[in-house]
Write a protein that binds this ligand. Structure first.
Ligand code: ATP
Ligand code: MG
Length: 437
């Protein structure tokens, strides 16, 4: 395994003093997979005070010192060095009640969640892999270290981490591990919502439809509103999938961007609550866009999602049934109201939605709409009040004041958007005179 120079220097600094020092966890796993690790974590039998002494000439990050972690700021970035440790007495299915510093690398590896994450490498001592992580990686197996039930009971967040690792590295959970992930999923209720949200945000950009189908029961544990969508038949000739299967395909079909992935996951969550069987023998879901948007708002508040993300997701869901057309005036209005970025995302969601019904049907004239949007952008069109060829001062110079100024600007914008007026100062002023003076 190759260690970059700045990491190698940290390892050597401790080894020179007679301590053992290993690269551990994600960086070993990723190296074995031929991937470039995002960062390198080190572990050692040196105690935190000894690590601090060894790196006395460096700037240190000491926020994790209590748990044995010292961050060393090198020219290649921060390298976290953690004393070998075990932990136990997990309160609340997440936080260890005690941490004990250890002398052996094997003890340290035994506290880690999955065998593929429980490997270490030292340039002088070689690989430490007491749980067969390398073999599991070769065989594409996700396996809990030790007793799976126990490990997920200690810390239930490991269940969601497991889903993420399985998806990211195409690992199949070994039978006991999968059983335990399912049977202990209820303990996820005890995990702080922020942590659950963080994990879901790491997971969503990675998933394909089949992953969401495989791990559906675990997802439904943290987003209970998904449960009724699973197996919910739509009884509609335009849909061959049940609601959840459709959702899974839409998630896969939108780009790997967070607000789009969340919007796709939640866009039809209101369908079971709005279903009715029409006299035509077809299932209908009138108002499901509004209900789904309201439910998404509640879910994302519960998960403590940042406001900006929540608002964008709710917007996308609330508008996902609107069918835009390649019509310049109409699109200019949308662009004026929402901006190009949002309209773009909305189109991507709608295209994915229409393309994921399992039967051929209506499609979105996506390319045509995009072409018209490009035309509008190229024309440098007036889309907001700020783009108008007159401003508030011009209006006040003409004798308008107070509310009338804002109202007048909005009226002018509306007429310019509709191509009833050119965005030219003389024409706008003539119109103001005609309307107000
Ligand atoms: P990523 O690429 O997502 O950062 P990673 O494996 O580096 O993957 P981290 O969350 O950075 O994951 O954790 C580093 C290592 O610490 C893991 O590889 C694992 O050995 C251990 N670890 C992290 N979280 C847990 C946990 N909740 N339970 C047990 N071991 C854990
Ligand atoms: Mg990491």
């Amino acid at each position: 395994m190759h260690l970059p120079e700045y990491v190698r220097q940290c390892v050597d600094a401790l080894e020179r003093l007679g301590f053992a020092c290993y690269a551990v966890g994600g960086c070993v796993r990723d190296s074995l997979l031929g991937l470039v690790p995002q960062d390198y974590d080190l572990c050692t039998d040196a105690l935190p005070a000894q690590i601090k002494t060894a790196f006395a000439d460096f700037q240190l990050v000491l926020a994790g010192e209590k748990h044995g972690t010292v961050g060393v700021i090198t020219d290649g970035g921060v390298v976290e060095i953690t004393t070998f440790r075990t932990e136990g007495d997990y309160a609340d299915n997440r936080h260890p009640g005690w941490v004990k510093f250890e002398k052996s690398i094997e003890a340290d590896l035994s506290r880690r969640d999955f065998t593929v994450n429980a490997m270490a490498y030292s340039p002088s001592r070689g690989f430490a892999d007491p749980f067969g992580g390398q073999k599991d990686l070769e065989n594409h197996i996700l396996r809990a270290v030790g007793d799976a039930d126990e490990r997920f009971t200690e810390d239930a967040l490991r269940i969601l981490r497991g889903v993420r690792f399985a998806v990211r590295y195409h690992l199949k959970p070994e039978e006991n591990t999968m059983q335990a992930m399912l049977s202990k999923a209820g303990l996820l209720d005890h995990i702080a919502r922020e942590r659950v949200f963080d994990e879901l945000c790491k997971l969503l950009p990675l998933v394909a439809a089949k992953d969401l189908l495989n791990f559906g029961p675990i997802l439904a544990q943290v987003i209970t509103e998904l449960k009724p969508t699973m197996g919910f038949e739509q009884h509609n000739r335009n849909h061959s999938y049940d609601v959840y299967t459709h959702i899974c395909h839409v998630v896969e079909a939108v780009p790997r961007e967070l607000s789009l992935r969340w919007a796709a996951l939640l866009h039809d969550i209101g369908k079971p609550g709005t279903f009715f069987m029409g006299e035509d023998g077809q299932g209908h879901f009138y108002g499901h866009d509004r209900l789904s948007a309201d439910m998404a708002d509640e879910i994302l508040r519960r998960l403590k999602a940042p406001n900006a993300l929540r608002e964008e997701v709710v917007f996308l869901i609330a508008h996902h049934m609107m069918r835009p057309e390649p019509d310049k005036k109409l699109l200019r209005r949308h662009l004026s109201k929402w901006g190009a970025q949002r309209l773009d995302k909305l189109l991507l969601l709608q295209r994915a939605d229409l393309g994921s019904k399992g039967v051929p049907g209506k499609t979105l004239p996506f390319e045509e709409i995009r072409a018209v949007m490009d035309e509008i952008a190229a024309e440098n069109s007036c889309l907001t009040v700020k783009d108008l060829a007159v401003n508030g001062h011009d209006l006040m110079d003409l004798g308008l004041s107070g509310q009338a100024v804002g109202n007048c600007l909005n009226t002018l914008l509306s007429r310019v958007l509709d191509e009833e007026l050119p965005n030219e100062k003389s024409a706008l002023i003539a119109e103001i005179r005609r309307m107000y003076l």
